[in-house]
Design a protein around this ligand. Structure first.
Ligand SMILES: [Zn+2]
Length: 283
């Protein structure tokens, strides 16, 4: 199988084409283990996690890449994020009363929201309509629209492992091989889902490109990790406003919040809520 819990870049000598391979196992299972998702959601979540790792390889700065699939059926949200240091997390929202009824996730008609969140500076957001049930097509469309560059994505998940393969055209340099994109993307199109799922990176690349000068880079490890913290949670609840929060404290004695990704529990007492609003004085 594609190398697990890692991401690996490859390039082709004298061309403006690069690629990435991603494999997820422990990181996927950690993201799934805290929830009771129906199988169909696990599969789409795994594919989206693989895609977020592939896309994070295009980050040119410290920060994270967030993918959201927004839908209007029983499943309303599938979200996956990868930081530039390979920390990955994911979440799905769905109607839990339909737990037994969700046999597939209908993507068509939804939206894919791609957010690049630099650690410093403004986030950039792109929205792509989901015109089919094939997530890979939405990513290919995104790169065509936003960067006028060709890309191909393959995403597979069986609920236990997830694998992703991306081939991407780079802006052309003067001395590069002009036919390379057509030739390499054609070769890549012979990749089968079971090959991506079952073969290691070296074997996949050899099968597809054995007549090409492929350069394989060191693997980057990927691991499940949540970026939640008491401070971030405090900033989030502060959005509700001082009065609303004080009403809840009056009723319940404290504010309790569970991180939706990792289920970490955070609680804020009256004094801690007051600290979120330094301009307010308690009386
Ligand atoms: Zn968390």
């Amino acid at each position: 199988m594609s190398n697990l819990d890692s991401m690996q870049r490859f390039t082709f000598d004298n061309t403006d084409v690069r690629g990435e391979l991603v494999g997820l196992n422990k990181s996927l299972n950690s993201a799934l283990s805290k929830h009771e998702y129906p199988e169909a959601i696990k599969i789409e979540l795994g594919k989206l996690m693989a895609a977020s790792a592939l896309m994070s390889a295009t980050l040119k700065y410290e920060g994270r890449l967030c993918l959201q699939v927004r839908l209007s059926g029983d499943v309303t949200l599938i979200q996956a994020e990868t930081t530039n240091t390979g920390e990955i997390r994911a979440i799905a929202r769905y109607d839990e009363s339909k737990q037994q009824d969700i046999k597939e996730v209908e993507l068509q008609g939804g939206q894919l929201v791609i957010t690049l969140e630099p650690a410093v500076g403004k986030p950039y957001q792109g929205v792509v309509p989901l015109d089919s049930n094939h997530l890979n097509e939405a990513f290919e469309y995104y790169f065509k629209q936003s960067e006028q560059l060709g890309s191909r994505f393959w995403l597979v998940c069986n609920g236990i492992t997830a694998s992703g393969f991306m081939l991407q055209q780079l802006p052309a340099s003067a001395e590069s091989d002009e036919d390379a994109w057509d030739r390499l993307s054609h070769l890549a199109s012979t990749l089968k889902e079971d090959e991506l799922r079952d073969l290691d990176n070296q074997t996949i690349l050899y099968r597809l490109f054995h007549e090409e000068q492929v350069r394989i880079y060191e693997e980057t490890p990927l691991q499940f990790a949540c970026t939640c913290s008491k401070e971030r949670t405090g900033n989030a609840i502060a959005q509700l406003g001082f009065d609303e929060l004080m009403d809840i404290i009056a009723e319940q004695g404290k504010i309790s919040v569970d991180c939706q990704f990792c289920l970490q529990h955070y609680s804020f007492n009256k004094a801690q809520v007051a600290e979120l609003f330094p301009e307010k004085k308690l009386h």
